[in-house]
Design a protein around this ligand. Structure first.
Ligand code: HXC
Length: 289
């Protein structure tokens, strides 16, 4: 889909880049020539991913253990990168989430998620953005959100609240930082199963019809996420900013309409429905005449 050198010369930081969606995007960026920085909480995971990518794509990959909840550590890390040379791109991918009835959440449980997703994402974005402004560097920020920023979602309330906040940050900073050449966008993936997310959102593979709500009838393919993340990171679409793009096979829209359940009707069901409607119309006409 893209030229192999599309991202050549770009230095991109991916938070949570050692696993899951972050690792998938890291691979695609490296394949297209980018130099990478990945951070996360587990050193062995980061090292394995970095080694793997270097071997496959022969590009530079640096890694750093970091909990994005620790604002000072975040700022020190970003400074250490900029001491060498500014970044060009940031992917806010690190997140925390688990399904739970909201009444059973402890405040610490809420904070664990809000501190990662809401606060941590801001700390990173702020640390990178202010240095871009100081050094007059253009940059691109992509935050990995979720479609529940538009719909809300039961059982993942701390994540829905926090990711909605980052969506608001996306819109706000696109407006505030556009004049500095910084574009800010989000991707709201639907179901793209990864171990980290599915262990916590679908434990025991208890898919009670989750997939049946996706009109395309399948989960997302990683290449679909990779392609969008690369398109948003590349030069050539600078006018696209302040947007969160849903990538969910229309899953969230399919639940929204009053008549979306009609999707399940067969041709025969429709024929019967048409007959019933015609019969009702004819009866009305007969009553009027
Ligand atoms: C209720 C829970 C819980 C659960 C943890 N807690 N899991 N409460 N149900 N299943 C509570 C704990 O009891 C504790 O509160 C508090 O949360 C903190 O737990 P810790 O384990 O000490 O926290 P920590 O080690 O900081 O871990 C953070 C975490 C964890 C968020 C809880 O899940 C994590 O590290 N996640 C990172 C990876 C991840 O979540 N990936 C999925 C992202 S998916 P008490 O009061 O008991 O002390 C995503 C959207 C995907 O973001 C969209 C798909 C469509």
């Amino acid at each position: 889909m893209f030229k192999k050198d599309l991202l050549k010369g770009k230095r991109i930081l991916i938070t949570g880049g050692g696993t899951g969606l972050g690792k998938e995007m890291a691979n695609h960026y490296a394949e297209h020539g980018a130099e990478l920085f990945i951070c996360g909480r587990r050193e062995n995971v980061l090292k394995n991913t970095a080694d793997e990518i270097v071997k496959k794509y022969n590009t530079n990959v640096s890694y750093q253990t970091l909990d994005i909840r620790a604002s000072k550590d975040v700022d020190d890390y970003i400074q250490s990168i900029f001491d060498d040379k500014p970044l060009d791109g940031l992917v806010n991918n690190a997140a925390g989430n688990f399904v739970s009835p909201t009444k059973d959440l402890s405040h610490k449980g809420f904070d664990a998620i809000a501190n990662i997703v809401f606060h941590g994402t801001f700390y990173i974005t702020h640390s990178v953005g202010k240095r871009w402004i100081e050094t007059s560097t253009k940059g691109s920020i992509i935050s990995i959100l979720a479609t529940w920023i538009w719909t809300g979602s039961p059982y993942v309330v701390p994540s829905a609240m926090s990711k909605s906040g980052i969506h608001a940050m996306t819109q706000s900073l696109a407006a505030e930082w556009g004049k500095y050449g910084i574009k800010v966008n989000g991707i709201a993936p639907g179901p793209f199963p990864t171990k980290g997310a599915w262990d916590r959102l679908n434990p025991g593979d208890n898919d009670d019809g989750m997939m049946s709500t996706v009109p395309l009838g399948r989960v997302g393919e990683m290449r679909e996420l990779q392609n969008l993340a690369t398109f948003l990171m590349a030069d050539g679409c600078d006018y696209l900013t302040g947007q969160t793009i849903g990538l969910d096979g229309a899953q969230y829209l399919s639940g929204g309409g009053t008549f979306s359940q009609l999707d399940k009707l067969s041709d025969e069901d429709w024929e019967n429905m048409r007959k019933l409607i015609r019969d009702a119309n004819n009866k009305d006409k007969a009553d009027r005449s």
